[in-house]
Design a protein around this ligand. Structure first.
Ligand code: HAM
Length: 428
């Protein structure tokens, strides 16, 4: 009995009819990252489960509820990566890229990430991120650089109405004092906490600030805020960061409740948000994680980064007028076995001669009519028709497919020149 399989809930195929949208977005992002001197790093999709638990924090939703974790055949606990930072930190430590005395690193990566979340618009179980991570610089200049390059990406993609929210989570020490203060406050109001926040109170009190429950709003709005209790170092870092954004003309809102969903952050955090996508409007999130490299066994190394969700960006960008660059220029139609064979050789010769040409030869038999239908569907502008007669005379019939231009007959020897002319006259 044959079985019909379905992709896993929340995991989608990206099909050829929209792949050029993805590629257009990726091209812009890669180009901007390149212009700022960032280099690509490719990382495995699977890592030791403990890497994520340790880096992201076992009280976070990502680790406690959303990880795809399994034992491999040797019994080792592995996880599909829910994000890219932890693996990137592992890689830079393991490969000596942040060894003592080394200069800084500006890196980017891209690929699928996996989280067992409830799927909805803009939220998937397999989604794609492009992320950037910078190691070895403690100043706010790299924080501002990451934000500016992201803002540039939105401009180049012509995305409007993306707002930037920023906050600081201060140093470990300051945050610990603040956490106690916050704990006291919420404990005093324990009866008003919803179920989720009751759990967060004891696991990670800062995450209560991130609650999406509207009824919790008044309580959260009255909670003490970290910005009022900053140490001088964090305060200065944040002020300089803001000044750099001002210098670059980047607008932002300070959101004192912005805490992010992963535990590794300190000092600067930021999110780019849009209202155009419903509830899943965060396009990009990031911040500093100055303690993570050391915590993962590397030398003390300040670090900062972000990642953006490609599904959300692709949904938002307008691709009007963008041509699918995979559309063939030419579709080759043949009649008869002899012509099929001759055409095969001719096509290979044309691909040698004209590297720019996208040429598709009809596969499988078919009447002229059905081959022309396929040619039409391929999106090609021109059909080359080769029958036994053409082979005998060493010619090819050129049949324009997009307009009513007359068909013509060209010698196989001069076909390359003819196709170059078509291109020069922008007829493809
Ligand atoms: P994050 O906020 O968890 O941060 O994710 C970054 C972005 O990935 C989100 O803003 C969103 O656009 C996208 N995203 C997250 N979950 C989903 C989902 N289930 N479906 C679709 N898109 C999603 C991080 O991952 C950090 N590693 C960012 C970072 C890098 N911080 C420092 N360096």
């Amino acid at each position: 009995m044959s079985a019909k399989f379905q992709s896993i809930r929340g995991m989608h195929d990206i099909l050829p009819d929209t792949i050029h949208h993805w590629q257009a977005v990726e091209k812009v992002v890669h180009a901007v990252l390149g212009r700022y001197g960032y280099q690509e790093i490719r990382l495995p999709v699977v890592e030791t489960a403990a890497l994520f638990t340790h880096a992201i924090g076992d009280a976070t939703d990502v680790v406690s509820k959303e990880m795809y974790t399994f034992a491999d055949r040797a019994g080792d606990q592995l996880s599909l990566r829910p994000e890219g930072t932890a693996g990137c930190v592992r890689a830079v430590i393991q490969n000596g890229l942040v060894a003592r005395g080394s200069t800084g690193q500006r890196l980017w990566y891209q690929g699928p990430m996996f989280r067992y979340e409830r799927p909805q618009r803009g939220r998937y179980r397999c989604f794609h991120q492009i992320g950037a991570e910078v190691f070895g610089y403690e100043g706010p200049d790299v924080d501002a650089e990451l934000v500016s390059l992201t803002a540039r990406i939105w401009r180049e993609l012509k995305l409007k109405d993306v707002r930037l929210e920023i906050n600081t989570l201060a140093t470990r020490e300051t945050r610990a004092v603040y956490r106690d203060r916050l704990f006291e406050y919420f404990q005093d109001h324990a009866a008003d906490l919803d179920e989720d926040s009751q759990v967060r109170l004891h696991k990670n009190v800062l995450r209560i600030l991130d609650s999406k429950n509207r009824q919790m709003r008044p309580l959260i709005d009255n909670a003490p805020i970290l910005l009022d209790h900053l140490d001088s170092e964090s305060k200065e870092h944040f002020e300089q960061f803001r000044q750099l954004l001002d210098t670059a003309g980047i607008e932002y809102q300070v959101n004192p409740r912005l805490v992010r969903g992963l535990d590794y952050y300190s000092r600067t955090v930021f999110e780019f948000i849009t209202d155009a996508l419903g509830t899943q409007g965060t396009l990009c999130g990031g911040g500093r994680y100055d303690y993570l490299v050391e915590q993962q066994g590397g030398p003390p190394t300040p670090a900062v980064g972000f990642s953006m969700g490609l599904e959300r960006i692709v949904e938002l960008v307008s691709f009007e007028g963008l041509e699918n660059s995979h559309r063939p220029h030419v579709y080759v139609i043949t009649k008869g076995a002899l012509a099929g064979q001759a055409a095969f050789g001719l096509c290979e010769r044309l691909r040698d001669e004209l590297p720019w040409l996208r040429l598709m030869q009809n596969a499988g038999d078919g009447s002229f009519k059905s081959q022309f239908k396929r040619a039409d569907r391929s999106g090609a502008a021109l059909a080359l028709v080769i029958g036994d007669e053409e082979v005998e005379q060493q010619t090819v019939t050129l049949k324009p497919l997009r307009n009513n231009d007359e068909q013509s007959n060209v010698s196989m020897d001069t076909l390359g020149r003819e196709l170059n002319e078509w291109r020069d006259q922008s007829r493809f």
